[in-house]
Design a protein. Structure first.
Length: 1141
């Protein structure tokens, strides 16, 4: 199959449990990979043990299917993706390889949170969707809607999906420039014209009467129809994957046009919608306005009523004769075994899947409505080649030329090879075809993986057989010679030595066989990494040498290789993010099985082995170094759940380490970190994802039992304006409610420190929330701003041997060779000089960074500054001019905390200005001051967690007076303080200033979407409120008894939440938890009951009341910090419980 016009690459996407894998079953069964009767039950694509046990998909996997229609053969590469929000990264990796998507919607639940997410993903990646409205059987059997209500319900779900598509379209239009909108409209117009032309040709070939009726109804072609799902256009299939049936309007239009003698084109337009059949005067006519005239629409009278009848006859009445009659009427022959079966669902499944087979309905829609692999537009090709901040025209001309290769999608030899790998996944070697298993000597993640290592000297199966043969032959010979000697057939009895030798031989053979078996089992179970890839251009062959480009590869760095022509390893040795590698094997992916391929040409989705040592998560393969690496996938779920892992047996640490490395490679979403404390930490998307990672680690990658810590939930520390009411909602009298504030007499909480290392006056102020959120959203830009803004002292410039020529941002710097000449000397001057030279170096680096910023980044920074300024203006007069006083952002130079320079005597330029030198002695310690600020904001005083939304206003800063020395110059050059002094002064003072305010803890919040039936809504609410959650939205889905509830739940309270919820709602509610935002916990961690009412309410200890304190203590305990907690209270002498004593 090498014609890309006949290849369709698509993925199935939906909310969790809407029936993706069951639908895939039907398609897989159509190719004979599974039995037709198992389809919808076996969930073939869920091949992992935990997937089968839990009944949810946890990874995306591909199956290549063949489909024949009208004499053409099509290759459909179908990727089943998970719907659980923890695995949404897997969906992204699937979408990248596809041109189209099947969106599945459960008609009972309607459009859910993940449905919107996947529609949005499809939109963002520019792939075309078609719709499958699944689980219609539930409307018939469970909700027991009448056919007409069922129709209106389905119409409403369709409306919801289309409304969301419209929303996406409008949002995208708003974000585009006028030219882009025009271009898109032009493409749309052209497509519509060609479609109308096709329609015209179809209708011309039909009867004139049909046209007449059609015209009478005054149907208009809607302009943006291309965007929406509509059954009459054929991009919607109605189905029950469980019962194995599905149909599009087209199927019934063909049937009824023959049966009722009506025009097919007309039926296509009217089978869905407000049309009904009128039987006036004995003549059947199709009329519009069914709803107004209280008539049953055609969809009800011709389709749904028939379906209802089938369900009623088979499932409710269970009448064998009637079932047989009905089957006959539908043209289905029921075999006797099915007819006699007592399993009515099986009977129904057989009947329906023969009457309305699901696979052809879906595959027809796929072939007709999803673009072929060769129809990549120039727009999509450009978006694959360059990220959002990079323009296509900024690529080198050699790279720009490659866009045509995407569009051409040709597998010809002369075309450049372009392959994108979206993820790596591990399979056991035994799952691969045998030929590969015997090669055995490849490497997995750099570790020799073949069966050779531990089995050296062990005989192969063939050698063993030869030995067995040899023994048999010898035994026969011995018997024969015995016969010869004694002249009878019984044979000479063996001598004792011969017997011993034979026994020994047999033992040896048995031992060798055991070793071979073990080696083979080990080899079979060993993980092999396969790259999940799509060939966009050219042809890939096993053994081919290719360039492998990392995600950060820039073609400019290796363009010179183009001249060499040959792909050689030596040439790329020193170049970053580019390697040369040899592809091992290519595989056609068939769900749980693989088949070897001799070549993979443009348009196909394949598995590639032999790249484990080169690819970590994603990569690009190319035959030319001019190709830029594909843009990275955008994550839509932030991994938030952290745990520390350690081997149960400390001797296995190395194994764990290697296992984590492999896990990191195999899972697109997990992050593996080695903390400064030496702990190995895994960051996962949620509880289910965490469990999958642990299972993988224990069973496949590390093969050692591991101990998992309690989740390390992140917190933030912040300050708030003083509250006006206490915990019982009574007005607070007296100024001081914060116990820690008592030491300070300043009402604003300003802290002033004066000592040997200088003086400092700082005040901490809560940042307006609008500012905090702007800072949070623009971390990348802030980092760039911080890197480009370095201030140094003018003094160091004049004393150093560097020539800095300055012309605002266009500064040209020459650094003399002696820069590092004064090192390793301990004298104060030398140290000072060293510090100066370091400063000048950082200044030059900052200037360079600034010069490198592209025009777009510069304007993005300007926009950020303006929006910050506007937000400050709105926040109140006290924030006026604040934007121009910003000294730094923290922590890490990009966090949501600010340092403001309000010192009258230090005219330091703001962070927005270019790196510069300032004529002030303070400037020499400027970077140290910033470091102190970064350290203070990285770990707050509550529990050493980062701060958020805090602004430090520095009102005064002075260095200590110079020591009285005879040598004036020496004194001014050396004030007697080191950079360390400044850092610790700043850090301590800022922390003190923070403590003077009302401190609060901030919790990470999950947004949690649950859909349940009304019977268990109450129980669900109680579980949420018990875990400090908060319902933000809850509404009954129209036309059904199910509720869609959205709640916020602190991440710290979310452990085992899904399980508890499932238990308390009898398995009905399944929460989807996604990290949403940070929220201030409205509880003073230092609060203790004081008033009589409070004491009455919470008792003297109030240990049940202070949640914030509980969280803080838990974090402090984990970090080994001091806790203000009594371990034993009211201790009593131990007594036995016996009454007599
Ligand atoms: N009644 C009914 N149940 C269905 C239908 N399709 C799927 N199911 C059931 O819905 C449940 C989930 O089906 P799956 O196919 O695993 O759903 P999924 O979308 O693949 O789920 P994830 O991959 O975990 O997101 C299973 O219990 C199926 O038996 C259907 O058409 N009718
Ligand atoms: Mg699934």
């Amino acid at each position: 199959m090498s014609n890309p016009n006949n290849i369709r690459n698509l993925c199935i996407m939906a909310h969790v449990d809407h029936g993706k894998t069951s639908l895939a079953d039907a398609l897989v069964a159509s190719n004979g990979l599974i039995n037709q009767r198992q389809a919808g039950r076996i969930r073939y694509m869920d091949s992992r043990k935990d997937e089968m046990e839990r009944g949810i998909t946890m990874k995306s996997s591909c199956v290549s299917l063949g489909y024949k229609r009208d004499g053409f053969s099509y290759l459909v590469n179908l990727i089943d993706s998970p719907g659980h929000v923890d695995f949404s990264w897997e969906v992204s990796t699937a979408v990248r390889l596809c041109d189209g998507a099947i969106i599945v919607v459960d008609v009972v639940e309607g459009v859910c949170a993940q449905t919107k997410v996947v529609l949005q993903q499809a939109w963002a990646e520019n792939i075309r969707p078609v719709l499958v409205l699944n689980k219609i059987d539930r409307l018939i059997l469970e909700t027991k809607l009448s056919p007409i209500d069922c129709y209106y319900h389905i119409a409403q779900v369709l409306e919801q999906v289309n409304a969301y598509m419209g929303e996406l379209y409008n949002t995208a239009l708003l974000g585009r420039t006028a030219e882009e909108v025009e271009e898109r409209q032009r493409v749309e117009r052209e497509r519509r014209v060609s479609e109308r032309e096709r329609e015209r040709r179809v209708s011309e070939s039909e009867t004139p009467e049909a046209k007449h009726i059609f015209a009478d109804w005054g149907i208009e072609t809607v302009d943006d129809s291309e965007l929406y799902f509509s059954p009459e256009r054929g991009n919607v299939v109605f189905s029950s994957a469980y019962d194995g049936w599905g149909f599009s309007i087209h199927h019934f239009a063909v049937q009824f046009s023959a049966k009722l003698g009506m025009n097919k084109g007309v039926l296509m337009k009217t089978l869905w919608g407000d049309y009904y059949i009128s039987n006036k005067g004995g003549e059947k006519r199709i009329m519009s306005g069914a709803r107004d005239k209280r008539k049953n629409p055609l969809f009800v009278s011709l389709i749904l009523e028939n379906l209802y009848k089938v369900y009623d006859t088979v499932m409710n009445r269970k009448d064998k004769n009637e079932t047989e009659k009905l089957a006959g009427a539908l043209g289905v022959k029921l075999p006797l075994s099915v007819l006699r079966s007592t399993d009515v669902r099986q009977k129904l499944n057989f009947l329906c899947s023969e009457w309305l087979p699901l696979a052809p309905a879906v595959l027809d829609m796929v072939v007709d409505h999803l673009p072929s692999a060769s129809s990549i537009t120039e727009e999509r090709a450009a978006s694959l080649m360059c990220s959002a901040t990079q323009r296509f025209d900024s690529l080198p001309p050699e790279s720009q030329k490659l866009r045509q290769a995407f569009v051409k999608c040709s597998g010809a030899e002369e075309e450049p090879l372009i392959v994108y790998i979206s993820k790596m996944f591990g399979v056991q070697r035994k799952q691969l075809p045998k030929e590969t298993a015997s090669r055995g000597q490849r490497t997995v993640g750099g570790v020799p993986a073949g069966g050779g290592g531990g089995t050296q000297g062990v005989l192969s199966e063939a050698e063993l057989a030869a030995r067995r043969e040899e023994i048999r032959r010898r035994r026969e010979e011995a018997a024969l010679s015995a016969k010869d000697a004694e002249g009878n057939d019984l044979g000479r009895p063996l001598t004792a030595e011969e017997m011993a030798e034979m026994e020994q031989q047999q033992k040896k053979v048995a031992e060798e066989r055991r070793l071979v078996e073990e080696a083979r089992r080990k080899q079979d179970e060993e993980e092999v990494f396969i790259a999940f890839a799509r060939v966009f251009s050219g042809t890939l062959r096993p053994g081919q040498k290719v360039y492998i480009l990392g995600p950060k590869y820039n073609p400019l760095s290796a363009l010179h290789l183009l001249k060499e022509g040959e792909i050689s390893e030596d040439a790329v040795k020193d170049l970053p993010h580019i390697h040369v590698c040899q592809v091992s094997d290519l595989y056609l992916m068939l769900g749980r099985e693989f088949e070897r391929l001799e070549r993979a040409s443009a348009g196909t989705v394949v598995g590639i082995s032999g790249l484990a040592g080169y690819v970590i998560k994603s990569a690009t393969l190319a035959s030319t170094p001019a190709l830029p690496a594909f843009t990275e996938l955008t994550p839509n779920a932030t991994p938030i759940l952290r745990v520390a892992v350690e081997p149960k047996d400390p001797r296995n640490l190395q194994k764990l380490r290697a296992g984590l490395k492999l896990l990191n490679q195999a899972d697109p979403c997990v992050q593996v970190l080695l903390q400064a404390s030496g702990e190995y930490v895994m960051v996962t998307a949620g509880e289910v994802h965490l469990q999958r990672c642990i299972d993988d680690l224990q069973e496949h990658y590390a093969c050692t039992p591991v101990r998992v810590s309690d989740p390390i939930v992140p917190f933030r520390e912040t300050i708030i304006p003083p509250p006006t009411v206490d915990r019982l909602n009574e007005a607070i009298e007296g100024e001081n409610i914060n116990l820690r504030k008592e030491e300070n007499s300043d009402p604003l909480g300003t802290v002033q420190v004066e000592g040997r290392t200088g003086r400092l006056k700082v005040r901490a102020v809560p940042l307006p929330s609008s500012i905090t959120s702007i800072l949070e959203c623009h971390q990348d830009l802030l980092k760039l701003v911080s890197q480009a803004a370095v201030v140094t002292s003018a003094a160091c410039r004049s004393t150093d041997s560097h020539a800095v020529t300055e012309a605002n941002s266009d500064v040209h710097i020459t650094t003399s060779n002696e820069t590092n000449s004064v090192t390793n000397t301990k004298s104060p001057e030398a140290e000072k000089e060293k510090a100066d030279s370091l400063q000048v170096n950082s200044l030059s680096a900052a200037l360079e960074t600034r010069q490198k910023l592209s025009q777009e980044t510069k304007s993005a920074i300007e926009d950020l500054k303006t929006s910050l300024n506007n937000a400050f203006q709105e926040a109140g007069p006290e924030w006026e001019e604040a934007v121009n006083k910003i000294w730094s952002f923290g922590p890490n130079g990009c966090g949501p905390n600010l340092l403001l320079n309000c010192i009258g005597t230090y005219p330091r330029p703001s962070v927005w200005d270019p790196a510069t030198t300032v004529d002030s002695p303070l400037a020499a310690y400027d970077t140290n001051f910033i470091t102190g600020f970064q350290m203070a904001t990285a770990a707050g005083p509550l529990c050493e967690e980062p701060m958020m939304g805090v602004c430090f206003m520095v009102e005064d800063w002075g260095l200590p007076l110079p020591t009285t020395s005879s040598d004036d110059e020496q004194a001014s050059r050396n004030l007697g303080i080191s950079s360390g002094h400044v850092i610790s002064l700043v850090k301590d003072t800022l922390r003190k200033a923070f403590e003077q305010q009302c401190q609060r803890l901030m919790c990470a919040m999950y947004s949690c979407v649950i859909s349940v039936t009304s019977e268990v809504v109450g129980r669900m609410y109680s579980v949420i409120s018990k875990r400090q959650g908060r319902i933000v939205d809850g509404d009954i889905t129209e036309g059904s008894t199910s509720w869609n509830v959205t709640a916020y739940l602190p991440v710290v309270e979310s452990m085992d939440f899904a399980n508890e919820l499932r238990k308390s709602t009898s398995g009905e509610a399944m929460p989807q938890l996604v990290f949403s935002h940070w929220e201030v916990l409205d509880m003073d961690p230092f609060w203790e009951p004081q008033t009589t009412e409070e004491l009455m309410h919470w008792g003297e200890k109030a240990d049940s009341g202070n949640v914030a304190r509980r969280y803080i203590n838990a974090v402090r305990k984990r970090k080994g910090l001091a806790i203000d907690e009594k371990i034993v209270e009211f201790a009593e002498k131990q007594r036995t419980l016996s009454k007599n004593k």
